[in-house]
Design a protein around this ligand. Structure first.
Ligand code: GLU
Length: 306
């Protein structure tokens, strides 16, 4: 069972690995999972596994067990497991505590409104212009998403690994955040914040692709009265062309290596070397703990996020 507090016998660190069970784990996922485990365990902390399976259309029912088996094969254990699709009440309650409004704008309408507005950012993610803040602009006949009316504030996030700070103006750079999509699916940003707080997570280690979304998650934590955890964003693994490994891009699944008789020690060594760590061809998991501690002490010590 999840608990709200870390084990008092440990240094109080509670970390987690939060995969989306949308397919098999590839080496990039495995590297993030390994680093998250090392970060939780290096100070003797608790480590949680959370399946982020709210986007039911993308979830594959076989992926849960496959991910568990891959993690176990790599030697990565966890103290408690949770599954987001079984926590919908939590998200409903949290959303009800926020200042929200129903939004019936389609993606196309949002894009058109953004393109029409002066000073539309180029290349950046489109910022919702707040059309449905005006009740008269809503279409009651359409299914509605739920948006959080973000405060007029600038919010900063800090990354413990890179030492970077990222500040965003919520109104102009983020826009009103979708908390529940118009098909009823609760949004990742809400769920992640609610679950990390419910589990007492103190340290969030995850892929660098989520760094840009961190200020809005910090803003949600503040609005819900939750503490902000420490953040550590690790670079995503790239292939020989420098492209990010992706489940759909044909990156070899960890399960294929496992089933082909590859040794977990060799895979760990490959992951460690991809971080620039000098290790032998096969490496026991526990030998990586001091390397992670050294990386943390010397942070920023990992290659910069791509
Ligand atoms: N479920 C997300 C992913 O698989 C990770 C979310 C997080 O760690 O905050 O990319």
């Amino acid at each position: 069972m999840e608990t709200a507090r870390g084990n008092p016998q440990t240094a109080g660190v509670v970390g987690r690995y939060a995969p989306s069970p949308t397919g098999a784990m590839h080496l990039g996922n495995a590297r993030t999972a390994l680093l998250a485990w090392l970060h939780s365990r290096a100070p003797g902390g608790r480590h949680l596994l959370r399946f982020e399976d709210l986007d039911t259309g993308r979830v594959r029912s076989w992926a849960y067990d496959l991910i568990r088996r891959d993690l176990e094969w790599l030697g990565l254990d966890w103290d408690a497991e949770s599954v987001q699709s079984r926590q919908l009440d939590r998200y409903r309650e949290a959303a009800a505590r926020l200042d929200t409004y129903p939004c019936t704008c389609t993606r196309r309408e949002v894009l058109a409104a953004v393109q029409d507005s002066a000073g539309a950012p180029h290349g950046a993610e489109p910022v919702y212009p707040g059309t449905c803040r005006d009740p008269g602009a809503r279409h009651p006949e359409r299914p509605a998403a739920l948006r959080w009316r973000v405060p007029d504030a600038r919010v900063c996030a800090q990354d413990r690994l890179s030492g970077q700070t990222l500040c965003q103006d919520l109104r102009t750079q983020v826009g009103d955040v979708v908390l529940r999509r118009n098909d009823g699916v609760y949004a990742y940003h809400l769920a992640v914040v609610v679950d990390d707080a419910a589990a007492g997570v103190t340290d969030v280690l995850r892929g660098a692709d989520l760094w840009v979304a961190t200020p809005r998650q910090v803003a949600l934590q503040a609005a819900l009265g939750f503490p902000t955890p420490r953040y550590l964003h690790v670079p995503l693994m790239t292939d020989y062309r420098g492209e990010r490994l992706a489940k759909r891009g044909g990156a070899p699944p960890v399960s294929a290596l496992r089933e082909a008789g590859e040794s977990a020690g060799r895979v760990r060594a490959q992951l460690a070397r991809s971080l620039g760590w000098a290790v032998p061809d096969e490496v026991p998991l526990l030998d990586l703990l001091p390397l992670w501690r050294a990386a943390l002490e010397g942070a920023p010590a990992l290659p910069a996020g791509e």
